[in-house]
Design a protein around this ligand. Structure first.
Ligand code: C5P
Ligand code: C5P
Ligand code: C5P
Ligand code: ZN
Length: 482
């Protein structure tokens, strides 16, 4: 990866130098899978480099949160998986001498600049598909692993911290950067380094979520990314399909999972699914989506929640989005006892909330505006997961898969959380939800941002209707439907 974007590596070396020069560092990160893995990559690299630091998580990096950090006795603040969008506020503090900021992020930068700002978007890389927060932090960790920044290693010589590539991939997958079926761009270089370091394995496999941990019928029933008529959404259909293929559903230890099948059985199920999809008229490009690249963490046991990068990232969301980022961080940093057990309990709760949330959206339905669709979950869906629910609901019954969806959830007495989700197809047609949500929110005394394909905001609760109207017009402009 050093090859295609040397500027990123050079900037990372400068950031590493700033961290080495610090007395003490406050490491602040975002509370989702990418933010947690970013924090884990950073704290590991800082510790290995002997740099004193403390870790803090924020649900949202607003002016108050940044002021709180400024009031603490750290001379340097390292922001990971956020910071770029708030660079204007951050540089005000820098100018006031409150702290030296180092930012490793992949979100749209605000209109300001600072010396130690590492972001793929500054180097012509796409921050929503080519490099995540954890990937950007991994580039910084590699630089921290170099003993002397003025003496780069010989080409081909692997430096320290390459084992952290596995966490960087979990972060990228957690931000759904593999939604075209595999990781692309600078992420590919990270995968290659992880494979070379022996911590990652990539395989071409069925692109269904839950291959390590879900019972076989559930694996097929819940596969709504590519809907297969008669199987998706139907426990009976999924079970009957597997029985027709003469796949034993139960093994010695209860329900069999995909990992428990031998390669011949996997082949049988995969071809069966493809045949069924063709027979039921699923379009060819959707059928292609059934197969993709799976990223496995070689140090984790088969069948564990941490083996597959996508399942690992869900486990992390289950901690961080419920104010237990400490648990997820401990798991990332290697705690396989107490923290893992606690994370698994949080995960059952998260799964239940996602399922209830999606059921609620399907039952209540969404409202179609002219160019987008929206729903208001009020207090029924937690504001920290309403975006995940919105994304998962797209394309299911009653929720169009070809229009952006905007979701509202109550944040507090006066404010509402907005989450917006689109598709890569819509982005190719001009959609940029970061701009839509940011502009519409700022026009209404709120603020927001994010990525072209997924964005969020906080707005005053009494401006929801105005927000929809504003966002609708912006989407119309972007898609040339005005
Ligand atoms: O903080 P931000 O980068 O962390 O969060 C990304 C969010 O956007 C995640 O919840 C992820 O699920 C969502 N996303 C998405 N589709 C994409 C890319 C990201 O729903 N293609
Ligand atoms: O929770 P997270 O954002 O990591 O979910 C990523 C994707 O994994 C979802 O969009 C969904 O397709 C899948 N998922 C699922 N069942 C769950 C959790 C996640 O199918 N319980
Ligand atoms: O919260 P949600 O999952 O909907 O966030 C989607 C994306 O929007 C994330 O990348 C998040 O960092 C960003 N976001 C933002 N400002 C907000 C809320 C979310 O930039 N106020
Ligand atoms: Zn991120």
């Amino acid at each position: 990866m050093a090859g295609p974007v040397p500027e990123l590596t050079t900037r990372a070396a400068a950031c590493a130098e700033a961290l080495r020069a610090a007395e003490s560092v406050l490491l602040a990160s975002h509370i989702d899978a990418d933010g947690l893995t970013s924090a884990a990559v950073a704290t590991t690299a800082l510790s290995r480099a002997g740099i004193d630091h403390e870790v803090a998580f924020e649900k949202q990096l607003d002016a108050d949160a940044i002021a709180g950090m400024a009031s603490r006795a750290f001379d340097t603040v390292l922001f990971t998986d956020f910071g770029s969008g708030q660079l204007d506020v951050i540089t005000d503090h820098e100018a006031a001498g409150d702290f030296t900021p180092v930012v490793a992020d992949h979100h749209q930068p605000a209109d300001a600049e600072t010396e130690f700002h590492l972001n793929p978007l500054l180097f012509d890389l796409d921050g929503s598909t080519e490099l995540s927060g954890a990937g950007t932090t991994y580039v910084l960790a590699r630089a921290l692993g170099e003993t002397r920044s003025d003496e780069p290693r010989a080409a081909g010589e692997a430096g320290a911290n390459r084992d952290l590539a596995a966490l960087a991939v979990v972060g990228a997958v957690g931000d759904m950067q593999d939604s075209t079926g595999e990781l692309v761009g600078a992420n590919r270089g990270i995968v290659a380094e992880g494979v070379a370091a022996g911590v990652l394995e990539e395989t071409t496999d069925l692109a269904l979520y839950g291959k390590q941990t879900r019972p076989l019928p559930k694996l097929l029933e819940y596969a709504n990314d590519v809907r297969i008529p008669g199987i998706s959404g139907s426990e009976r259909g999924a079970t009957a399909f597997l029985s027709e293929l003469e796949i034993d559903l139960e093994g010695e230890n209860g329900w069999r999972r995909w990992v428990d099948l031998d390669s011949e059985e996997r082949q049988r199920v995969a071809s069966g699914l493809l045949q069924r999809a063709v027979a039921r008229g699923v379009p060819a490009d959707r059928i292609d989506d059934l197969v993709g690249t799976t990223y496995l963490l070689t140090d984790e046991p088969a069948g564990s929640q941490l083996r597959d990068a996508s399942e690992f990232s869900t486990l992390l969301n289950a901690t961080a989005r419920y104010e237990r980022a400490d648990v997820g961080l401990a798991v990332c940093c290697g705690d396989r006892d107490e923290a893992l057990a606690e994370a698994e309990t949080l995960l059952s709760n998260h799964r239940r909330n996602l399922a209830t949330g999606i059921d609620w959206v399907k039952r209540e339905g969404v409202t179609q505006a002219d160019h987008l669709q929206w729903f208001d979950a009020g207090e029924r869906i937690r504001d920290t997961i309403v975006g995940i629910v919105a994304g998962m609901a797209m394309g299911t019954d009653g929720v169009r898969g070809d229009r952006p969806v905007i979701a509202f959830a109550t944040k507090n007495e006066t404010e509402t959380k907005v989450s917006a989700r689109g598709t890569h197809r819509l982005v190719r047609s001009g959609l940029d939800l970061s701009a839509v949500v940011g502009e519409a929110a700022r026009a209404l005394d709120g603020d927001g941002g994010g990525h072209d394909v997924a964005a969020g905001a906080t707005i005053p609760t009494d401006s929801k209707a105005a927000f929809v109207e504003h966002a609708d017009a912006l989407v119309a402009d972007q898609l040339g439907e005005a």
